[in-house]
Write a protein that binds this ligand. Structure first.
Ligand SMILES: C[S@@+](CC[C@H](N)C(=O)[O-])C[C@H]1O[C@@H](n2cnc3c(N)ncnc32)[C@H](O)[C@@H]1O
Length: 221
């Protein structure tokens, strides 16, 4: 799996974030080489298994991710639309800038980058207000239904208020993921509210919705 580097502008569009959505600690998992934490503030904690690598190896993975991401887009041009980025050069420049900003922040504020992996995060229950997950769940549908069930339960455990997951289509096909509705129904049965919300971000064809979860607290929240 590539370690990719999306910017805070991409996060704001993918998760349809307004200023009031980000009050209190926010989790970015899987954060990869994203500059969301670097650009957004001290109250974002970034979690990714790649942070277990030393800084040199991680920098190499981030730069490899940038190059391979560009090649992958060129190979699969028909799967993408360019209204949001403008053109491939605009996307590549945004990602490169985000990757370098991430690496600079990692050197200066290493403490906010925590090695960890779903479905077992090294975070307290209700330790963040909002958990954001970009391009892992559903993107990698091949991780399987049971893994997704456990990963969603873990995100709901650590988030006091909300979980947002983008996108909800598989990377390989751009198709909806067959078990999404079942997992939503289970979350609802567990007292959480879920919605599929359209977002302003456009890139992968068919991938313009996020899974929004309002965490329930057994009637108290
Ligand atoms: C496609 S990148 C997305 C990075 C970032 N969110 C972005 O949008 O640019 C996927 C990331 O998932 C991380 N990853 C892989 N398995 C994971 C797991 N079990 N839990 C959390 N992150 C994982 C990878 O290391 C990689 O950085």
């Amino acid at each position: 799996m590539l370690v990719t580097s999306r910017s805070a502008a991409e996060y704001r569009a993918m998760f349809d974030l307004a200023a009031g959505d980000l009050v209190g600690p926010v989790l970015d998992c899987c954060a990869g080489g994203s500059s969301f934490a670097a650009e957004t503030g001290g109250w974002v904690v970034a979690v990714d298994p790649a942070y277990a690598l030393g800084p040199g190896d991680l920098a190499e993975r981030v730069r490899e991710g940038l190059d391979e991401g560009d090649r992958m887009i060129a190979r699969n041009a028909d799967r993408f639309e360019w209204g949001w980025y403008g053109d491939p050069g605009g996307r590549a420049a945004m990602r490169r800038s985000a990757g370098e900003r991430f690496l600079a922040d990692l050197r200066e504020r290493a403490g906010r980058y925590v090695a960890g992996a779903l479905p077992d995060l090294p975070l307290a229950t209700g330790g963040v207000e909002v958990a954001l997950c970009s391009h892992l769940l559903f993107t990698w549908a091949e991780l399987g239904e049971e893994w997704h069930r456990r990963a969603l339960a873990e995100l709901v455990r650590v988030a006091r208020r909300e979980v947002r997951v983008f996108p909800v289509v598989a990377q390989a096909t751009g198709e909806p993921v067959a078990f999404l509705d079942r997992l939503r129904a289970e979350l609802e049965a567990g007292g959480h509210r879920t919605e599929l919300r359209q977002v302003p971000y456009r890139f992968q064809r068919g991938g313009d919705r996020m899974l929004w979860i309002r965490v329930g607290h057994g009637g108290s929240g």
